[in-house]
Design a protein around this ligand. Structure first.
Ligand code: MIG
Length: 800
């Protein structure tokens, strides 16, 4: 788009006046005098979809992003008209369509204007490629702020930014780059304490301008395809995010081991080195669940092969690692080496599964194996073929997870670092060029990988991770933020990016802890681990050519501190797993930025260092060298300092001490936090006693704890427990009630309940409505703990 509104108007085509409209079920089609059609579909009472066609022909309605299982259906759809406008009213919103120019405006039912077209829909014909450049501009309201857009490495609040989506391999990316590895064309607008979302479901290169070009205008446009977007009403950010996530889907529950600490490097080889690494963790009593094999495990970088010099017996090695509590994860790239003797190349050639140029030759490009061809993952047959190749890796060799890289797709030594635009793709039967398929190539590769791993790991659960993705890719894979740098700025970016991904439906994400390129100091490594243990995905990874990045490499002090934080993550696994359950089941992001937590508090609108982990933890990383603490914002409510139980009234900025062995962590009052003992890896111990940390509140608070087998699918048949805890605190009494839904029989026998911040001395107790002696519940005055049967339903502690 261009800066001058006059020029913008002249260079573009616009819908003219409305001549007719017609309702067809949940959709209303509007037609203008110059042949523009707009279909508005009521997806839900709070969600409308807008599609425009400029010459009366809509594309085949196909999207890789939308989840088939999304909830839809509305309770009200009223279509009314007056002289100037047509109105669509649902149970939650009103949409106004202007008869003169088809511009639209959205209102809530209190007639608060939420969003309205400025120029509205307009387009420019593309002579070179056919079709149109499709554009939309909206008025931005006073004080409006913006969030979302996936992995962008920029300030959390997007106001004033211009960004675009074209999946790119960005080694050592810089702050404020407009494009990275992923395309998530979804943002949230917030003004007047009300939030809405826009999901622009278009896989061509897309662009977003948040009051950058013109201070009161927000616009989005694409280099091709349809103007096809969803308007999602909140009014809470939380509702926008969960509705968007429901629309584009969320993953199945990962196996619990995937939430442990993972160690990676480019590359650990040969076998002796991997074994030494494994021993390093166990010898140092540093918990770890997974080790990663980067590209050097392959034979000449050929996918699904092994370098037999480095790894003579992969199956045996993987088994031995497993005996020691380590899962092995292996990388798989999309480039297939051109080599007639290489079976996958020969087979793919015969089956015609590789991408081709417009005039017929194969798409050839250089990646790690040298000259390569690339499977067309947008072809469902190719995906199935690819999935089947995981049989050897997973079923026969025992690899437990797969890591997809280079799937932007990345190509070396060529301008643009990717496929030329003329490359042809199947796009699930909607044949197109790379202009349309580029941004979903990585997601479709991850999808094929997911299907394969899932098939061959059954009855266990799959674990996959991908670098490139598109909206909805969270259904198939976790992700990491790519090739970052060992710098303090990148630690800051890591924090912003993972929160942003969470707001964009992609909770299962992490960064290369410590930085991929360059080497961190022990201090930076420590601070990064402190943040990383609060990220849904927690993996140390580095390029390997800048020195080592194992936790013991930086000396005793760093080892001790980082161990303490990784142990904390392992203690909090039941809490984190519960947050995953709520994400996978209820679409709730695992990390909640402050603005998500309390959008009515304007202090939160530009705050992004602090975030909520799960439902009850407030965390704030230290992002600067040589400091003994920092100032941070404590959101409204009362919070316990995790380290010393000091209670703080929020709604203010505060200095918090945090020497290198500490970081600011707070727990919301009323919370009940489930904890495991420290383990060296998930399921090392049969856990018979769960700790419950109860943080007193004068009032009521609910908490939940989800438990199942940590792997497998029995939970889908009801073999899980959802334990809901209700805390009621009074000045001289505290009541904790437990309700258990589900039929899972765990090893759990007892709960060790610790009370924090009790304002009275415990004198008497009742359990399940019967008076009991304090001795009988193992009351320990010093630590304020008691022991209960795991199935207790009602606990009362009284001061008299
Ligand atoms: O061109 O597989 O982001 O994590 O270690 C580099 C080697 C290719 C880039 C990935 C990185 C990985 C590396 N890969």
């Amino acid at each position: 788009m261009i800066t001058n509104t006059e020029l913008e108007k002249k260079g573009n085509l616009f819908p003219s006046k409305l001549v007719s409209y017609e309702q067809n079920g949940d959709s209303i089609c509007f037609t203008s005098e110059n042949g523009v059609q707009l279909i508005i579909t009521v997806v839900r009472d709070s969600m409308l979809r807008f599609r425009y066609a400029t010459d009366g022909i809509f594309e085949n309605d196909f999207s890789y992003a939308i989840d088939e299982d999304q909830s839809h259906g509305y309770s009200v759809l009223d279509l009314t008209e007056d002289e100037e406008f047509i109105w669509i009213t649902t149970e939650q919103i009103k949409c106004r369509i202007n008869r003169v120019d088809m511009r639209t405006a959205m209102f809530d039912l209190e007639d608060q204007l939420i969003l309205q077209d400025e120029l509205g829909f307009h387009w420019e014909e593309s002579f070179e490629f056919g079709g149109n450049y499709v554009k939309m501009s909206k008025n931005s309201m006073d004080g409006e702020n913006f969030y979302g857009l996936g992995d962008k490495p920029t300030t959390f609040n997007l106001k004033g930014k211009r960004l675009s989506n074209w999946n790119t391999d960005q080694y050592a990316f810089g702050k404020d780059l407009p494009e990275l590895y992923k395309t998530i064309p979804f943002y949230i607008g917030l003004h007047s304490a009300k939030a809405y979302g826009i999901f622009f479901d278009n896989t061509f290169k897309t662009h977003f301008d948040f009051c950058h070009e013109r201070r009161h205008i927000t616009s989005f446009w694409a280099d091709g395809g349809e103007m096809n977007y969803y308007f999602i009403y909140g009014p809470k950010i939380a509702e926008v995010v969960t509705k968007y996530t429901n629309l584009t889907g969320r993953p199945e529950l990962p196996p619990m081991w995937a939430l442990g600490y993972h160690q990676s490097k480019w590359s650990y080889y040969p076998e002796a080195k991997v074994k030494e690494l494994a021993a390093g963790f166990r010898d140092n009593k540093f918990p770890c669940d997974a080790l990663y094999l980067d590209i050097d495990y392959m034979d000449g970088f050929r996918c699904f092969t092994w370098n037999k010099d480095y790894f003579p017996e992969p199956k045996r090695m993987v088994e031995e690692l497993e005996d020691d509590g380590f899962k092995t994860v292996a990388i798989i790239d999309p480039g297939i080496k051109i080599d007639e003797k290489y079976e996958i190349f020969a087979d793919g050639l015969e089956k015609d599964y590789f991408c081709k140029r417009a005039d017929g030759p194969y798409m050839r490009g250089k990646v790690w194996p040298g000259n390569c061809v690339f499977p067309d993952f947008t072809n469902p047959e190719v995906r199935e073929w690819w999935a089947d190749h995981y049989k050897t890796l997973i079923a026969e060799t025992g690899i437990k997870g797969v890591w997809n890289d280079m799937n932007e797709p990345a190509v070396m030594e060529v301008p643009g670092k990717t496929f030329p635009l003329d490359v042809r793709h199947d796009y699930d039967g909607n044949r197109c060029s790379h202009r349309k398929a580029h941004n979903i190539y990585g997601m479709q590769m991850a999808r094929a990988t997911y299907e394969g791993v899932k098939k061959y790991i059954f009855p266990k659960r799959p674990f996959t991770i991908t670098r490139a993705s598109y909206s909805g890719g969270q259904r198939f894979s976790s992700t990491w933020t790519g090739d970052n740098l060992a710098s303090w700025e990148h630690l800051w970016l890591a924090n912003t990016q993972i929160q942003r991904l969470g707001m964009s439906g992609f909770s299962f994400a992490g960064t290369d802890i410590g930085g991929f390129a360059d080497q961190p100091t022990g201090e930076l490594f420590t601070r990064w681990i402190q943040l990383g243990v609060f990220h849904p995905f927690c993996r140390v990874h580095s390029s390997g050519d800048h020195g080592e990045q194992e936790p013991w490499y930086f000396g005793e002090e760093v080892l001790d501190i980082t161990r303490k934080f990784v142990e904390l993550r392992y203690q909090l696994l039941p809490y984190l797993y519960t947050a995953f359950y709520q994400y996978c089941e209820d679409n709730v992001p695992i990390l909640k930025p402050l603005v998500y937590f309390d959008q009515e508090d304007v202090q939160t609108h530009y705050r992004a260092d602090e975030f909520i982990f799960g439902n009850h933890f407030l965390v704030c990383p230290i992002q600067e060298p040589n400091v003994q603490g920092r100032r941070m914002y404590i959101p409204r409510g009362r919070w316990y300092n995790f380290w010393n139980d000091a209670v703080i009234e929020g709604g203010k900025e505060l200095w918090v001490d945090a020497a290198l062995d500490s970081m600011p962590i707070f727990v919301k009052e009323g919370a009940i936090i489930p904890k495991y003992p420290v383990q060296q890896y998930v399921d090392e111990l049969e856990i018979e006693e769960l700790s419950l940390d109860v943080y007193y509140k004068n009032g009521k608070q609910n908490s939940v704890y989800y438990e199942d087998d940590h792997d497998g699918y029995d939970y889908k048949m009801g073999l899980f427990n959802l334990r809901s805890f209700k805390l009621t605190g009074k000045s001289k009494e505290i009541i904790v009630q437990q309700h258990v839904a589900g039929t899972y029989e765990s090893n759990l026998k007892t709960m060790k309940v610790t009370f924090h911040g009790l304002p009275f001395e415990i004198k008497s107790a009742s359990v399940n409505n019967e008076d009991v002696s304090l001795e009988s519940i193992g009351y320990d005055k010093e630590s304020n703990t008691i022991i209960l049967q795991e199935n207790f339903t009602d606990l009362r502690l009284i001061s008299e």
